[in-house]
Design a protein around this ligand. Sequence first.
Ligand SMILES: C[S@@+](CC[C@H](N)C(=O)[O-])C[C@H]1O[C@@H](n2cnc3c(N)ncnc32)[C@H](O)[C@@H]1O
Length: 296
Amino acid sequence: MTIADAEPAAAPVPSQSTYQSRVADYWNAEENPVNLELGKIDDLYHHHYGIGDVDWSVLDPADSTASASAERQERVTAELHRLEQAQADLLASHLGPLTPADRVLDAGCGRGGGSVVAHLRYGCHADGVTISRKQADFAAAQARKRHIDDKVRYHHLNMLDTGFPAGAYAASWNNESTMYVELDLLFAEHARLLRRGGRYVTITGCYNDAYGRASREVSLINAHYICDIHPRSEYFRAMARHRLVPVHVEDLTAAAVPYWELRKRADHLVTGIEETFLAAYGNGSFQYLLIAADRV
Ligand SMILES: C[S@@+](CC[C@H](N)C(=O)[O-])C[C@H]1O[C@@H](n2cnc3c(N)ncnc32)[C@H](O)[C@@H]1O
């Protein structure tokens, strides 16, 4: 029998499953003003939430004219962006110390803001990976616009299987992107990529084991974003299985609530999920957590 010398069927890279293709479709189609309008302020595009106290004076009505209303919207947009930036800065502060020679990995990088924040803080090289081709292209264009594309690069890749060299990274993170993947597969790839003594950081929503199982609100958030929020316990179990030893754990739940309270009032930016987040945080079923871990 002659075996045809045809090429093996091309692997569906970077998507590995139908689910991951649907996630990519979601992010390729995503054009929410809450992401784009905030990012336009300083070209730092984040797809995560914010932390810290709100300056409620942004809601003060000057008068009822159209221009006053537009100014109020602008103030609210800027305030939400400030809180999102504070979240990105907090995450970046746990990556260091790093030098300009170091390389960091932004796993599930969205439109790329987090990689830029890390580069501006440490001068380091950054690789952002996203399963969305559109996001990778958008982020790369932003890096070129800033003239940092020699050090900050974006890749249309699956973060579970990047193909990047083992031990090449001094730090890596997931900012609100762990709920799209199995933690064992994710942490195996981070442990492979991080050098010994490297730092892994995640900020994530997780469901609270002490509440029980996933609440109705957590299930609604899963349905809204096509994701699968993990329980808090699973982070620590999976890290322990993959040589990631927590060094700092911070419950950011209380710090996250003001952002949602303001966003709920931002008629020009709401996506419809605001009340669900507030209910999930309020009933104790959902938590916003930062975990920093050392790769041993
Ligand atoms: C909520 S956004 C967060 C984006 C970014 N980390 C930020 O904070 O702005 C989730 C991101 O995870 C990415 N993502 C989901 N599954 C992925 C996978 N398997 N590989 C790479 N990226 C993935 C999506 O493409 C999206 O960019």
